[in-house]
Ligand binder design. Structure first.
Ligand SMILES: [Zn+2]
Length: 331
């Protein structure tokens, strides 16, 4: 927790603006209070149950780092910038705390943990929208207690935003946002103000559209790979063909969907091991390709024979069947 706390204050201080205190404390609280963490000025309270979690296994998700980094992030998101108490406020507190914690997790534990965490948040969001009683809202107007949106979808949306726009661009926007609203009095910032700040960093129509999809709509993707093949070439390298099927839809608050035209860069990966358990050396190729609605064939040439191919192999996009994004290479 101390390691996560130090890393968090270091990263957030550089990325978003200075920490407002000269100390930070972690306080252990009884388990009967509430499960995880809570953030107060310069102090985070962590339930005693969390201290018993064993995260030494590198294959287990490091929830301790995630929790400590999330609560420290609230020193900025709610501690320095307080949103107007209205729909969309969760984007300025919980979603930004999730994003901040993911950036710290990436630094301390690497991409493997990010994937586990994103999968966890995806499940949380999808399960939430299946069992919701209130109509689902886009992130810009989610209710204060719609946790599956504010935490779950918020983490995914902001992670994808930094993947597509760049971490530097997202942090530049957040730094500007903090500068503008740090310790402000009413009127307090709304989700619309944050989204406008992101838009100032989105240099292409494609990026503007992404921001609309992530924050102002309920957007669902269906990305799938079907029997990728690899054939040896006379020069000893491999011709790899990856058949992809892709669809995008917009849903209304009650889950009714309508088709949306898809035309955006989505990562295609070629691996020498299942990407769920792969290391950096197993990645032969990971590059964005322009993906449109329907079926399409993508072609690559590789030096080594891939065993697996995937579209959005690390599940950055909201896709109800994330398992069919990756398939073994045949032929
Ligand atoms: Zn929080």
């Amino acid at each position: 927790m101390l390691k996560a706390m130090r890393a968090s204050i270091g990263y957030y201080g550089k990325a978003f603006g200075p920490y407002q205190f000269d100390r930070a404390r972690i306080v252990e609280t009884p388990a009967y209070r509430r499960g995880g963490g809570q953030s107060f000025p310069n102090t985070i309270a962590v339930g005693e149950g969390v201290f018993a979690w064993d995260v030494r296994d590198p294959n287990s998700l490091d929830l301790v780092t995630m929790l400590a980094a999330h609560e420290i992030a609230h020193q900025w998101w709610a501690g320095q910038v307080l949103p107007a108490r209205m729909q969309g406020a969760g984007l300025l507190t919980e979603s930004l705390a999730q994003y901040s914690a993911l950036m710290v997790l990436k630094r301390l534990r690497g991409e493997g943990d990010i994937r586990l965490e994103l999968r966890f948040q995806l499940d949380r969001y999808l399960a939430g929208r299946r069992t919701q009683t209130l109509a689902e809202q886009p992130l810009a107007s989610a209710g204060l207690d719609q946790d599956y949106i504010n935490y779950g979808k918020g983490a995914l949306a902001l992670y994808l935003l930094q993947h597509r726009l760049g971490e530097e661009a997202v942090n530049r926007a957040l730094r500007r946002f903090v500068q503008r609203y740090r310790f402000t009095k009413a009127p307090y910032p709304r989700s619309l103000d944050l989204i406008a700040t992101f838009r100032a960093e989105a240099k292409t129509p494609e990026s503007q559209k992404l921001i609309t999809d992530l924050f102002e709509r309920i957007t669902l993707y269906d990305l799938k790979i079907d029997r990728p093949t690899a054939v040896r070439r006379p020069d000893g390298r491999w011709d790899v063909t990856v058949p992809v099927e892709a669809r995008k839809a917009y849903a209304d608050g009650h889950g009714k969907e309508r088709r949306a035209p898809l035309n955006e860069p989505i990562d295609i990966g070629l691996f020498t091991a299942d990407p769920a358990h792969s290391t950096r050396e197993d990645v032969l190729k990971l590059e964005p390709r322009s993906i449109h609605s329907g079926r399409q064939l993508l072609r690559f040439v590789t030096d080594r024979r891939p065993t697996h191919a995937g579209i959005d192999p690390y599940n950055l996009y909201i896709d109800r069947n994330s398992a069919d994004n990756v398939a073994p290479v045949v032929g």
